[in-house]
Design a protein around this ligand. Sequence first.
Ligand code: B12
Ligand code: SF4
Length: 465
Amino acid sequence: MKVLFVYTDVAVRGGALSYQFGVAMLSAVLKQHGHDTRLHYMYGKYDVEPLRQDIAAWRPDVVAFSGVSPQYRYVKRAIEQLAPIPAFTIYGGVHPTLDTSCLEEVRGLDAICVGEGEFALLELVEALRDGKPVDNILNLWIKKKDGSIIRNPTRPWHKNLDELPYPDYDLFEFQKICDSDFNTALFMFTRGCPYNCTFCSNHAQRIQQEGQYVRSRSVDHCLGDIRHVVSHYNVKALYFNDDCFTANRKWWPAFCEKYEQEFKIPFYINTRPETLNDEICARLKAAGCARVSVGIECGHEKFRSELLGRRQSNDRIINAFDACRRAGIKTKSFNIVGFPYETPEIFQETINLNARVNPDSLIIGVFEPYVGTELAKVCEKEGWIDMKRWLNDDFVGRTDTVLEMPQFTRAQILKAYRNFAFNVYKRISFKKALTLRVYYSQYGQFLLWLLTPFRSLLRKATMGV
Ligand code: B12
Ligand code: SF4
């Protein structure tokens, strides 16, 4: 059977091409069972015509869309503009998992997948091939011809990730994707996150299936995956994009020990501040860790703990960054502005804390109320979501707010967002502060595009890596 995946990556700020682990896993499982897969990567500007042509030329049996909530509008538009698609049309990923109403809403969509899709999609494809009914496949919701919906329950989270093949990197233009991010290859060793931040989708995803949500592949399976990638592609760094790399205190030291023996490639991780200290940072550094990205999100301790569900002191955060610096590891902080109930004074604490920890680089995004999260429910209850703005074509997620709040207006949030990096670095490095002021300005994206040939130099100047 022929399955055409459609991964939408429209109007995402930053410019790097991206790769979707979920789709790469689905494709790997299908290929393992003898099916043929291809990818349509909808990148940059929304344009449905190339997709129409791909469908007409290849004539897939199944068209399989994957898209996060901010991409839902493009998935919906594409399916409706192409309807009737001459193939079974299914949509999976975080969005349909957390907002199943899309099945009813999208004209021309036949099914959605709730939660993990490897075996649900395989069963669907094989049932279609064999002419069997597709109505009772776990994790799938099916729309019948009369518009009625069959809501199947979910199966448990897949227990042993080692049973799954390596992701199908060849489905994507993987070399091009690595090149677009400074020759860095992205990996995912663990599914899920043990924490419960109220703005993140993890707590909403966890309850969709029974069983253990946070699962890691074995160290040997991960090393085999890395071996496969570095022998097939030209990469200079590896980014282990797990939500919290050092969460499992047994797994990561075992991984580092073996990694260090075999590879000399620098790697980057994401983690939580409370999992870092001098000993851990020294261990990570010895294994080749060159950069740690740590979520600060908000610098106001009480607000962070009570509203965001991140119970960690500012001292703990400061210690984490200092420990990285002492170990010789570069740091990057993740920050958000425009939370519900946030005020300019609370946000000032985010600036202050960043200025104190002085990360080598930082990222700021404007808060977006992702469906199913606790904070989205708060925003709905307060009536602060401006749906008209959110659905406007010009709206780019994480660079603008969808909230209309009395205590932190849109104009104040946008100003805070644009000036954040400048305000953090102005007393530390004026050159860096100024460069980042331009990057986060209205013209930042355009300038970034103009300066593409000098990206590496700019990165060195602002981040030191
Ligand atoms: C790795 C990652 C990235 C990577 C890779 C991109 C990607 N889309 O996965 C990068 C860094 C590029 C990225 C970017 C963004 N991300 Co991101 N990312 C993640 C992260 C940490 C892990 C996702 C992952 O790989 N999981 C493991 C795989 C195996 O699971 P999966 O992708 O869910 O796929 C499984 C099922 O969903 C299902 N499935 C998926 N697609 C399909 C399709 C079909 C047909 C079927 C049947 C099943 C199916 O089967 C898959 C295999 O079991 C999650 C956090 C999390 N814990 O989920 C956030 C997350 C997915 N990201 C999120 C967001 C918002 C973004 C951005 C919009 C941020 C931005 N820059 O503005 C962009 C969007 C880019 C894009 N076009 O998708 C949100 C999405 C929230 C939501 N409600 O949709 C999450 C949940 C984090 C959060 N804040 O809560 N991200
Ligand atoms: S630690 Fe990060 S990935 Fe985990 S729940 Fe919080 S924000 Fe989400």
